[in-house]
Design a protein. Sequence first.
Length: 479
Amino acid sequence: MSDAISFLKPRADVLARRAQIVADLTDLLPPECLVHEARELVPFETDAFVSYRRLPLAVALPRTTAEVSAVMRYCHRYGIPVVPRGAGTSLSGGAIPQEDAVVLGLSKMNRILELDLPNRVAVVQAGVTNLNISESVSADGFFYAPDPSSQLACTIGGNIGMNSGGAHCLKYGVTTNNLLGVRMVLVDGTVIELGGKALDAPGYDLLGLVCGHEGQLGIVTEATVRLIAKPEGARPVLFGFEASEEAGACVADVIAAGIIPVAIEFMDKPAIEICEAFAHAGYPLDVGALLIVEVEGSEAEMDATLKDIVEIARRHGVKTVRECQSATEAALIWKGRKSAFGATGRIADYICMDGTVPLSQLSHVLKRTAEIIDHYGLRVANVFHAGDGNMHPLILFNANDAEDAARAEAAGNDILKLCVDAGGCLTGEHGVGIEKRDLMRHQYSETDLAQQMAARAAFDPGWLLNPSKVFPLEGRPAA
């Protein structure tokens, strides 16, 4: 499996100058901000897409925008590729390096620079964890809305790179809907400011281009993000169904009715059993599929919304409706969901896919996903953001069995193609990275890809930034 996805051939001239490059970087950064010994590079050889790994040439861990600029200016001058890295939680291989690349990690840039509560914004360095923002303003009645399952570890810089979402993105949107501005270092070391505290910045919407750029347009070092007032109340409710298709149809009908809960999360039976064994959240084990539906507002608002949702669920044969009765119970319900990936890792190796589909196609795609998995002789646990059709099938396999691993990767590719064919797309929040790079032609025409690559090359003509990612290696313009 480790050889199935190819990387660009390392630049021989860069490899030949490794000792000099390390010496030069030593002059630019303090000793604690540079990693170059072979054994110390190992933690940076992969990210959460652990099937692939490469040792980088060196790892730079700057503390300031000025230090990032100095490293970028140097690497640009000598044609050295740079791979940006946040917390390394990418599930698509977005932070996997290559042998001729300097990994530029932002973990030391972890300060909250400003909390402007009257304007409901926060200014943070790119290495601040997603959850830390919410914790910093919780006592004042605010929170930061995007909440990926990895929010305890993932950083704002990585969230911006992949346009991350989370369970509550149904109501509050993903990163791009909560990002107001960035400070970014371009490939040649130039520092630019995009957006700011205002809700709408003048000029071209380059901020929209940068959010989701997967580290190919520059290095985001600071971000200005929206803060949202906490709701009066919130209540998660468990809905159990006989089969996945019924749960999927219920989700489509809830949204079609104009009801927008704060979250609708889906688990099939294998996922329910895995998460319940880990979190003891009180999930029903006698159902084939589970929806976690969270509503918020006043007690009267929550009661009215839930009444409408229950009525729709009954039309789809709902077996179980269980309302949360306490803050502790609510925390356990979400602990089970947020722990799904880690809990699955306790029982098997897995690949976590990430595709989106129109809600009207949800039942069809779930049925076809099961058929694809059966065809390859594998197992799958489905757990995903059902409200916006962002699917996350976890394909279980044995990483020590090369044939089993190859089947898992092939099954994943077929599922992603299914998502596109159903009218969806290759990624909802994990990004393309290396995982989906060679599937880009299944979604985009050559003209579409050429236009995207032209926009990328306008920022990075030499293709030095995260060069093996996102776009198929064949057909790229000459650097």
